[in-house]
Design a protein around this ligand. Structure first.
Ligand SMILES: [Zn+2]
Length: 308
């Protein structure tokens, strides 16, 4: 029976691999640094292929037991055509036919997708979003990623590019964003913006969300005010999404979600205050269940959904 999937989670820093079984359990884990291979696309793809083979060997499984390989990548990915359109943080990755190249090398079916979409599949099937038909999954970190489950299915959009909540423009005169736009949600709630806000509130440079969390834990009043401000900015960006999509759940993951204690209540209050009555009373916010394994577990869902 082909009931296992090899999950691969490509990040700018590390590449994580795992073999996942039918109930979402990870039976083998492996990882390697991206940097030594980042200079060449061919080198990186060869490294992926050999690590996939090595993971299968170390699991004791044979290829007949593997339904396929799911690969998550941090950028624009055309799931249907199997093409990586663009990876902003790994040089040289434009229009790469990764699906067909990898399939030839490892002789297993390969499916590729954007990493946040894959994380969202993991949360939807096995995590915080189990049983919820309409949800938004948000990852807050250096970048702001998002994906949508609508009517029980991942919403991809016409070009597999839907879900760029981080690049929803909130203010045409706002700060310039990496995407080329101005005043995107990410320019207000990405790490850079939250660190800058922290330094401004504390009146000294070099503050991070970690230091602000530690200060808040000690009861520092400025730090508590800071978290209210940060949470309000996040909530303000989500009001329109709640009105537009009427989700039952907003899942928040990524590094910033470690500060749930100081964020989630104010985010919820902000949305409730500003959204339309029905939509504003119908949603909940939950923290993502999976951390390091999210991309690997989601790859299992990606592959098994594709083969249904
Ligand atoms: Zn942007």
């Amino acid at each position: 029976m082909k009931q296992y999937v090899v999950g691969v989670d490509v990040g700018g820093t590390n590449i994580k691999l795992g073999i996942v079984g039918p109930s979402g359990q990870v039976i083998v884990r492996n990882s390697f640094a991206t940097k030594p291979f980042a200079s060449s696309r061919i080198k990186l793809i060869s490294a992926l292929a050999s690590q996939i083979e090595a993971s299968i060997v170390s699991s004791g499984l044979i290829k007949k037991q593997i339904a396929g390989v799911g690969v998550g990548l941090p950028g624009l990915v055309d799931y249907e055509k199997g093409i990586v359109r663009f990876l902003p943080n790994i040089p040289g990755w434009r229009e790469v036919h990764l699906k067909s190249i990898l399939q030839k090398k490892i002789k297993l079916p390969v499916f590729i997708d954007n990493d946040v979409k894959i994380i969202t599949l993991a949360e939807s099937q096995f995590g915080a979003g189990r049983g919820v038909r309409n949800l938004v999954c948000l990852t807050l970190g250096t970048g702001v990623g998002a994906a949508l489950i609508l009517n029980g299915q991942l919403y991809r959009g016409e070009d597999n590019a839907a879900g760029e909540l981080g690049h929803m423009p909130l203010n045409e005169h706002g700060p310039k964003c990496n995407c080329g736009g101005f005043g995107c949600f990410e320019t207000y709630v990405g790490n850079r913006a939250l660190f800058a806000l922290a330094s401004r509130v504390m009146g000294r440079p070099g503050m991070t969300t970690e230091t602000m969390f530690a200060l808040a834990q000690k009861g520092n009043k400025k730090a508590l005010v800071y978290w209210k401000m940060a949470a309000k900015q996040i909530g303000n960006g989500l009001v329109g999404i709640v009105n537009l999509l009427n989700p039952r759940l907003i899942i928040i993951g990524g590094g910033v979600s470690n500060n749930e204690k100081y964020l989630f209540k104010t985010i919820t209050d902000t949305i409730r205050l500003r959204a339309m009555g029905l939509q504003g009373s119908a949603f909940k916010i939950k923290r993502a269940k999976f951390k390091d394994d999210a991309g690997i577990i989601g790859a299992y869902v990606l592959v098994t959904n594709a083969q249904r």
